[in-house]
Design a protein around this ligand. Structure first.
Ligand code: SME
Length: 162
């Protein structure tokens, strides 16, 4: 196997990455590009029920673009709090198959059963994360993780600069 990563990636993820690259290239501003990213993820993957990007803002995560059936009350999350804050603190992708079984979980939506949070890095620092909520138990696996880590690399340049 000369290209194991390419061979293991499902075609649907390769297609989505191409679509995301094109959308980012066509967007007029970084904010619009990041909004298109969450929309494309939500539209292409039925198990991505709510998709949002949080950006690091000081010692908090601040909600950026999102799409889903409901707004979340958690628009600012201290780094270290919740599953989102844990991923930001550790720099590790979090896959939570059953949110009710995870004491760190900050509830947003009654329908959420599982969650994946993928850090976004820029220059070795966590600058944000992609948060996806699912309505099924164990909706997310390592294939989602590897895909969303590639998406995270695409959106890192879109982070707000102060
Ligand atoms: N459930 C997250 C909070 C963000 S909402 O899912 C959008 C957490 O536990 O950090």
């Amino acid at each position: 196997m000369s290209h194991p990563i390419a061979e293991e990636r499902p075609a649907v993820h390769g297609d989505a990455l191409n679509g995301l690259r094109a959308a980012i290239a066509q967007a007029a501003q970084p904010e619009a590009a990041a909004q298109r990213v969450v929309e494309l993820l939500h539209d292409r993957f039925a198990h991505y029920d709510w998709v949002g990007i949080y950006w690091v803002d000081g010692s908090d995560l601040a909600l950026g673009p999102w799409i889903g059936p409901e707004a979340t009350e958690h628009t600012r999350i201290p780094i270290g709090t919740g599953i989102c804050g844990a991923a930001a603190a550790s720099g590790q992708t979090e896959i939570v198959p059953d949110v009710e079984a995870d004491p760190r979980y900050l509830a947003c939506f009654a329908s959420t059963r599982s969650e994946i949070v993928v850090p976004i890095f820029d220059g070795g620092e966590v600058v944000g994360e992609i948060d996806v909520d699912g309505s099924d138990l164990a909706a997310f696996d390592e294939v989602d993780a590897r895909f969303l880590e590639e998406v995270a690399a695409l959106v890192a340049p879109l982070r707000p600069r102060t």
